[in-house]
Design a protein around this ligand. Structure first.
Ligand code: MG
Length: 162
C-alpha cells in the first residue's frame, strides 16, 4: 500500500460523494425528462455518467495503490424541485462542494508528500473547473429565461451543441 490510511479513507469517502452525484444527476435528468425538456435531461444523464466515471477513477486508483475500497452508504438524492432554477442551482452548489472536497484531498496529499495521489488529484482539480463552469453557465441562462420560459434553455443547448 503506497498511500496512508487517512488518504485511503478520504478517497473512499470521495467515492461515495461521486456516486451520490451520479444518482442526484439521474434524478435531475428525470425531472427534466418528465417535463419533456430532452436536451436538459440529456445534459444531466451525461453528467451522471461522468460522475460514475469519476468514482471509478478513484476505485481504480485505490485498487492500484493497494488500499481497500469501501464504498460508504449513499444518501437518497433530492427528487422534488420547485422549478428548473432550483434543480440547476442544486447541481451548481454540489459542484462547488465537490471542488472544496477535492481541494481538501489535494491539501492532504501535499501535507503527506503523497506524490501519487497529487497526480491523480491534479486531474480532478482541472476537471472541477469545467464542471463548475458548465453549471454556472446553465444557471446564468436559466436565470435569464426564468422557470416559465425554461423552453428557451433548450434552444440555448441546441445552439451549444452545433
Ligand atoms: Mg465528480
Amino acid at each position: 500500500m503506497i498511500i496512508s490510511k487517512k488518504m485511503n479513507d478520504a478517497i473512499n469517502e470521495e467515492i461515495g460523494l461521486e456516486l451520490f452525484a451520479s444518482n442526484q444527476y439521474i434524478s435531475i435528468a428525470s425531472y427534466f425528462d418528465d417535463m419533456a425538456l430532452k436536451l436538459l435531461a440529456n445534459l444531466f444523464y451525461k453528467q451522471s455518467d461522468e460522475e460514475r466515471a469519476h468514482a471509478m477513477k478513484f476505485v481504480k486508483y485505490l485498487n492500484d495503490a493497494g488500499g481497500p475500497v469501501e464504498i460508504p452508504a449513499i444518501k437518497k438524492p433530492k427528487s422534488d424541485f420547485k422549478g428548473p432554477e432550483e434543480a440547476i442551482n442544486l447541481a451548481l452548489d454540489w459542484e462547488l462542494d465537490v471542488t472544496a472536497h477535492i481541494n481538501n484531498l489535494m491539501s492532504l496529499a501535499i501535507e503527506e508528500k503523497d506524490y501519487a495521489s497529487q497526480d491523480l488529484l491534479r486531474w480532478f482539480v482541472t476537471e472541477q473547473v469545467e464542471e463548475v463552469s458548465t453549471m454556472e453557465n446553465l444557471m446564468k441562462v436559466v436565470k435569464m429565461t426564468g422557470d416559465k420560459n425554461v423552453i428557451m434553455v433548450e434552444a440555448y443547448l441546441v445552439h451549444q451543441s452545433s
